[in-house]
Every structure is written in structure tokens, then in C-alpha cells.
Design a protein around this ligand. Structure first.
Ligand code: SF4
Length: 94
């Protein structure tokens, strides 16, 4: 198994199933079937009341380690990415 690059190490959040940046280009955990999004959004934080999808666990990481770590939906995908055909929106606008 090859070692991660420093860039991949820097991108990776504790709770990801593998090194970030080893999955398909331009994909994030939000779009992955393993991302356990419960579709909760942050409270309004700016003038146009934007709410961002709250961090959530990766099911694969949890299954493998028994630990629960929330990762941001914007985390760059790892090699275990599987497309979710109905991903939650990254933000909601009111
Ligand atoms: S891409 Fe999928 S499997 Fe990889 S860390 Fe993100 S949610 Fe987990």
C-alpha cells in the first residue's frame, strides 16, 4: 500500500475511512452512500439565512473502528466513495 502524500494527510479529517483525495475527483463525503447525514442544517448564520449541512459520521469508519467521529460534508472523498443517488443538499436557503 502506498503512503499518502502530505496533501492527502492535510486534507483528511479524523473519522474518514481512508485518506482524503484518494477517491474520484471533485467528490465529497456528502455525496457518498457511507455518509450518515441526518439532513440537519446549522442555524441561520448570515443575513440571507443560509444553513449548512451539519457534520455527520462515515458509516464505514464507524463499522471498521467502532468509533464515532463526525466529519464535515465538504471532506474530500476517499477511495471507498460510493455514489449516493439522493445526497442531501449542502446548504439550504430560506
Ligand atoms: S468518501 Fe465515503 S467512505 Fe470515504 S470517508 Fe467519505 S463518507 Fe466515508
Amino acid at each position: 500500500m502506498s503512503s499518502p502524500t502530505q496533501h492527502q494527510v492535510d486534507l483528511t479529517h479524523d473519522g474518514q475511512a481512508h485518506w482524503a483525495g484518494t477517491g474520484p475527483a471533485n467528490k465529497t463525503c456528502r455525496e457518498c452512500a457511507h455518509f450518515c447525514a441526518d439532513r440537519r442544517y446549522s442555524a441561520a448564520s448570515v443575513s440571507h439565512a443560509k444553513g449548512e449541512l451539519t457534520p455527520a459520521p462515515c458509516r464505514l469508519y464507524r463499522r471498521r473502528t467502532g468509533r464515532l467521529r463526525n466529519i464535515p460534508h465538504r471532506a474530500v472523498a476517499c477511495k471507498y466513495f460510493e455514489q449516493n443517488d439522493n445526497p442531501p443538499a449542502s446548504v439550504i436557503m430560506s
